[in-house]
Design a protein around this ligand. Sequence first.
Ligand SMILES: Cc1cc2nc3c(=O)[nH]c(=O)nc-3n(C[C@H](O)[C@H](O)[C@H](O)COP(=O)(O)O)c2cc1C
Length: 267
Amino acid sequence: MELRPPIVIASGVGGMGEYLKLIDPRYIGAYTLKTITFKPRLGNPPPRLIATERYLINSIGLENVGVEKFIEELENGLYEELFRKVKVIFSFAGEDFEEYLKVAERMVPHQDRFVAFECNFSCPNVDFNPLSDTSQLKKMLIELRKKLDVFLIAKLGIEGAFIEQLAELVEECGWNGVTIINTIRALHIDGETLIKGGISGPILKPIALRAVYEVRNRTNLYIIASGGIMDETDAQHFFEVGANAVSIGTALYRDPTIVERIAKRFL
Ligand SMILES: Cc1cc2nc3c(=O)[nH]c(=O)nc-3n(C[C@H](O)[C@H](O)[C@H](O)COP(=O)(O)O)c2cc1C
């Protein structure tokens, strides 16, 4: 996969393409859609977001319309403008291993429209953690690879086995890349309000940087770095430790023009 510029819009934060209204598509290497699951999900009850200077905590809980409805939208042309303007990455997940396969099966006829499929194995806001059982994960990686004939990316987190061991498994199973890292489980208390969710933003950067460094030293996978990339210097640091592309998430909420500024430096 060749992304020019090497900048990706992060899954979830970029919604289903809405940020194209705010960012010139020339500066977007690829646009990752919000994670789609087998069944529709309403997500978690509010409050679902708390923002501070150093971090954001979200407990959205993979709210999405489900794969059947998504395919209907796709066939009805809802995303035509998006496809015309940028490369699109399809992100998917399941509430158990079986569901990952079911989403993949349903998407096979549409796979050619996407530059890659990103399999979200690391959402901290759902009960199932696929990264905690490596033998099951390995079976799943093999099965998904057999089904899908696309550039296949595993989105890994740091909750489960060591990320470099997981990445080695991903490579061994014939996958093409990893997105590292996802948000990490966190908790915010403010008076009566308690929010349990996934933490993102500047606070993640050193953790994500270490993860990219370790994975680059152990694999030849395509690496999309994700976690706390807020400006050009952050992006530079991730390229220095071996990222192939950087993913912009929380920074979009602060200032979407950051994508253009990073792109101009790394085009
Ligand atoms: C509100 C919100 C929703 C998210 N939803 C998803 C999602 O649906 N799928 C996914 O793989 N990651 C999701 N993420 C994680 C981001 O894609 C990204 O990996 C993470 O936020 C770390 O990068 P950042 O610090 O640049 O935000 C979400 C993050 C936020 C803040």
